[in-house]
Design a protein around this ligand. Structure first.
Ligand code: NDP
Length: 293
């Protein structure tokens, strides 16, 4: 079993980005600038945004964090988005999800200009990605593809089973794995909560990508010997032995499943770190105007 080391690979990706930023700086070019909007004080969101801001520092980007009260209205948030859309100094920005219940996430996602949508959630970017056209690919699926690439994992002709069909992870992941590009070309099955006899599908997977948000849901009997297992899940589980009072668990029971795998991602230390590195990559692409001229 080989561990797909998100820490190592994300550090490599970030080092590659830093070289490009250093070159931009040396040639007097514009330093990439990522902005993040955080509405409210959700603990997990604070952690995610914090790691995004820290990553900007690591790679040499400029970053701006805009904090807004949980009571912020949709109109107030829309005004901030409009400001960021029009700010020529900001190359890309994200609005950290989830948003408070009174704000319509779909409306917010669609208000971000596609050329600044470095999270890759806007319908234009999703559509372009689906058609195999240049686009910002949402950071988690993009990070997983980069991981497969860095470990040179053979995917062509393999059966990839994705569990979870959310717009930000499962569905784009299933589309990417079915594309004709390198590190895809899979036969793909997309499973969800209405799938009957889920284990009968997961057991057929050469590559199993799990994004359902239930701690340690996938057990050894659900996995084929030699499978590549990518665990996207991040769930906080109460743990009195930890200073924080909780432990982070993936969707896969790592202890049970790891011995059966050819490759597996740990949680933490796997996909999550790649997600942040991919956001940095999308921001660099935006600053260099690679996707949208
Ligand atoms: P969502 O809640 O949006 O989607 C979960 C999906 O899992 C849904 O499609 C749902 O089916 C499906 N599902 C739920 N229960 C079952 C079940 N028993 N059997 C089969 N399918 C099931 O979650 P996200 O996609 O946003 O996130 C999934 C997990 O990944 C979470 O733990 C999240 O924290 C984590 N995550 C991690 C990231 C990272 O960087 N590592 C980034 C983003 C998310 P249905 O559609 O029918 O409801």
């Amino acid at each position: 079993m080989i561990l797909l080391d998100g820490k190592k690979i994300s550090a490599e990706v970030k080092a590659e980005i830093k070289i490009e930023v250093d070159q931009l700086r040396a040639s007097g070019g514009k330093i990439p600038h990522l902005a993040a909007v955080l509405v409210g004080t959700d603990g997990a969101s604070e952690t995610y945004v914090g790691s995004k801001v820290r990553s900007c520092e690591e790679v040499g980007f400029r970053s701006t964090l805009i904090r807004m009260e949980a009571s912020t209205t949709e109109d107030e948030l829309m005004q901030v988005i409009e400001g960021l859309n029009n700010d020529i100094d900001v190359d890309g920005f994200i609005v950290q999800l989830p948003l408070p219940k009174h704000i319509n996430e779909e409306k917010v996602t669609q208000a971000i200009l596609p050329n600044k949508d470095v999270d890759g959630f806007h319908p234009v970017n999703v559509g372009r990605m689906t058609l195999g056209q240049p686009s910002y690919i949402s950071a988690t699926p993009y990070g997983i593809v980069q991981m497969l690439e860095k470990y040179n994992i053979e995917t062509a002709g393999k059966h990839c089973v994705v569990v979870g069909r959310s717009n930000i992870v499962g569905r784009p992941m299933s589309i990417l794995m079915s594309q004709t590009t390198a590190f895809s070309n899979c036969t793909v099955t997309l499973c969800h909560s209405r799938t009957k006899d889920l284990a009968s599908f997961t057991r057929m997977a050469d590559i199993l990508i799990v994004a359902l948000g239930k701690a340690e849901f996938v057990t050894a009997d659900m996995v084929k010997d030699g499978a590549v297992v990518i665990d996207v899940g991040i769930t906080r589980v109460a743990d009195a032995t930890k200073k924080s009072g909780y432990a982070i668990k993936g969707d896969v029971n790592f202890e049970q499943v790891a011995p059966k795998c050819s490759y597996i991602t740990p949680v933490p230390g796997g996909v999550g770190l790649m997600t942040v590195a991919s956001l940095m990559k999308n921001t660099l692409l935006s600053a260099k105007k690679v996707i949208y001229k």
